[in-house]
Ligand binder design. Structure first.
Ligand code: FAD
Length: 453
C-alpha cells in the first residue's frame, strides 16, 4: 500500500490543484493535511477577518474531500513536526506542497525538504498552483532574476503557454487510522470581532462567484473597474488569496472581450508582485528602492486615517469600507494609500500593517508591494506622483454615491458636493458629525516633494 501526503496551505481547493492531483495519482492512498501553524498564529498575521474566512475554506474543503472519499486532516503545531509524524506512522515516501514566495513560506519549504531527506522521503514542490505563472518562469534578458517593470513582464506573461486547468481528482482514499483534530473555530485562530459585512469563504462560494462574474460581469470590467460606486470588480481577491479559486482557471475561462483582457492583466499584476517578492523577500519590510525618506511620526493623523476621520470624504469612505467589509475597492486603496504616504507623509509600513489587520485578501506580496508602489519606494516608474483625493473623487465617484454609502453622517448631502463638506454654509456644517480636513492638500504635497528632493 503506497501513501502520499498533500499538504494544503493557501491552495484550499480540489479543482485545478496540481498539488492534490499529483499526490492522489502517485499513490493508492492520500492524506490531505492542513496544519494550523503555531509560528504563524503567534505573529498575529491571521486577523479575525482572515481567520473567519479560513475556517469557511477548511469546512468547505473537508466537505468536498468527504464527497471524494476522504476528509481533511487538520492538525495544529509545527508543520514540519506534524508532517514527519504522519510520514513515520504511514510509511509515506512523497509529500506534495504548493510553492509560495514569502520569506517564511520559503524557509518552511527548506526545513521540510531537509527533514524529509533525512527520513528518506521526498518533497515535491508545485510552483504553478498559487500563481498562474510560477515566479521565475519568465525573467528579463541579461542576468536579472526578476522583472521590475510591469509592461514587459505582462508581455512575456501573456506569451507563456499556461497549463490547462485540471478537474478534481476522481476519488481519494485515506489510509486507515489517521489521527486528526476537529476543524477549528475562528476564535482558536484569532481573537477579536470580524467586520460586520464579511464575505463567506470556501471553494463552493468562490466557484459560484467566479462563474457569475465570468458569465455576467467581466465584459464590463474594462469600462467599470474604476467606478467606485458601481462596484464592478470581481471581488475574487480573498478567494485568490486562499486559493479557493485558481488564478490559472480564472484566466483560462475569462474569454477574449476587452473586459476579460483587462481582468486577466490584473491577474498578471498579482503574479508580478509574487515574482518580485520571490526574488527580494526582504521587501515585505524594507524599501524595494530606497528614496531616503524620513517619514513623519504623527499618531493622531495615523489614527484619523485608520478610523476614516481625515475630513476628506473619499479617503474616509475607503477606510470605512475596509472596516465594514474587510475589503476595499482598488481605486480607494490607491487614494487612501497615496493620502497616507504622500499627503500625510507617514511610513507605508504603518498603512500596510493596518490593511493587513483588516483585509480578508491581505497578502504579503500584493499588499506590501502595492503599498511600496504607491509610496514610490517600489516598482512605480513615476515614484513621486501624488493622487489628489478631490480630483480622484470627482473622476471616480462623480455623483458622490460611494461616499454616501460608507459615510452615513454625510448621507443627506446630495450630489458631488458631498466631496467638499467644508464648502457648505456654516449652520449646515456645524450639524454634521464630521471633522474638518486634517491637512491642507497643497501643503502636504509640497512637504512630500521637498522631502524627496
Ligand atoms: C495599497 C494597496 C494594497 C493592496 N493590498 C492587496 C492585498 O493585500 N491583497 C490583494 O489581493 N490585493 C491587494 N491590492 C490589489 C488590489 O487592490 C486588489 O487585489 C483588488 O482591489 C481586489 O479586488 P477584486 O478581487 O475585485 O479585483 P479585480 O479588479 O476583479 O482583479 C482581479 C484580481 O486581480 C488581482 N489584482 C488586481 N489588482 C491587483 C494589483 N494591483 N496587484 C496585485 N493583484 C491585483 C487580485 O487578485 C484580484 O482579485 C492592493 C492594492 C493597493 C493599492
Amino acid at each position: 500500500m503506497s501513501v502520499s501526503l498533500a499538504l494544503f496551505t493557501r491552495d484550499l481547493r480540489v479543482h485545478d490543484n496540481p498539488m492534490l492531483h499529483t499526490a492522489a495519482d502517485a499513490a493508492d492512498h492520500v492524506i490531505p493535511l492542513f496544519v494550523l501553524d503555531d509560528a504563524i498564529l503567534r505573529t498575529g498575521f491571521p486577523s479575525p477577518n482572515r481567520a473567519a474566512f479560513l475556517v469557511d475554506c477548511l469546512t468547505d474543503l473537508d466537505a468536498t474531500l468527504r464527497e471524494l472519499g476522504a476528509r481533511l486532516i487538520v492538525r495544529r503545531g509545527d508543520p514540519v513536526t506534524e508532517v514527519l509524524d504522519l510520514v513515520t506512522h504511514h510509511a509515506i515516501t512523497d509529500v506534495h506542497l504548493s510553492g509560495d514566495v514569502s520569506r517564511y513560506a520559503r524557509q518552511r519549504q527548506r526545513r521540510l525538504g531537509d527533514a524529509l531527506d533525512e527520513h528518506g522521503a521526498r518533497l515535491h514542490l508545485h510552483d504553478d498552483v498559487i500563481t498562474a505563472v510560477a515566479p521565475g518562469a519568465v525573467t528579463p534578458t541579461g542576468n536579472r532574476d526578476h522583472f521590475a517593470v510591469f509592461t514587459p513582464y505582462l508581455r512575456r506573461w501573456t506569451e507563456l503557454p499556461k497549463r490547462t486547468p485540471l478537474p478534481p481528482p476522481h476519488r481519494l482514499r485515506l489510509p486507515p487510522r489517521v489521527t486528526a483534530h476537529a476543524l477549528p473555530d475562528p476564535g482558536a485562530i484569532s481573537r477579536g470581532s470580524t467586520a460586520p459585512d464579511l464575505p463567506g469563504g470556501g471553494e463552493t462560494t468562490g466557484r459560484d462567484l467566479l462563474g457569475t462574474w465570468l458569465r455576467d460581469d467581466v465584459t464590463g470590467y474594462a469600462d467599470g473597474h474604476d467606478d467606485l460606486a458601481g462596484d464592478r470588480t470581481s471581488r475574487l481577491s480573498p478567494h485568490l488569496h486562499f486559493g479557493t479559486v485558481s488564478a490559472t482557471e480564472a484566466a483560462h475561462r475569462a474569454g477574449r472581450s476587452a473586459g476579460a483582457r483587462e481582468f486577466v492583466s490584473q491577474l498578471a499584476w498579482r503574479d508580478f508582485h509574487h515574482q518580485v517578492l520571490a526574488a527580494r523577500p526582504a521587501c515585505s519590510t524594507h524599501d524595494y528602492r530606497s528614496r531616503g525618506d524620513r517619514w513623519r511620526h504623527a499618531p493622531d493623523e495615523l489614527r484619523a486615517w485608520q478610523e476614516g476621520r481625515t475630513g476628506y470624504p473619499v479617503v474616509d469612505a475607503g477606510m470605512r469600507q475596509l472596516l465594514r467589509e474587510g475589503w476595499m475597492h482598488n481605486r480607494a486603496r490607491l487614494i487612501t494609500a497615496s493620502f497616507l504616504t504622500k499627503t500625510l507623509y507617514l511610513d507605508w509600513r504603518e498603512g500596510a500593517r493596518h490593511f493587513l489587520r483588516h483585509l480578508t485578501d491581505g497578502d504579503i506580496a500584493n499588499n506590501q508591494l502595492n503599498w511600496q508602489w504607491v509610496a514610490g519606494t517600489g516598482t512605480d516608474t513615476r515614484p513621486n506622483r501624488v493622487l489628489n483625493p478631490l480630483r480622484q473623487a470627482d473622476r471616480y465617484d462623480p455623483r458622490g454615491d460611494y461616499v454616501r454609502r460608507y459615510l452615513p453622517e454625510l448621507r443627506d448631502i446630495p450630489g458631488p458636493e458631498v466631496h467638499r463638506p467644508w464648502t457648505l454654509p456654516d449652520h449646515q456644517r456645524r450639524e454634521l458629525d464630521y471633522p474638518d480636513p486634517i491637512v491642507d492638500l497643497a501643503e502636504g504635497r509640497e512637504r512630500f516633494l521637498a522631502a524627496r528632493g
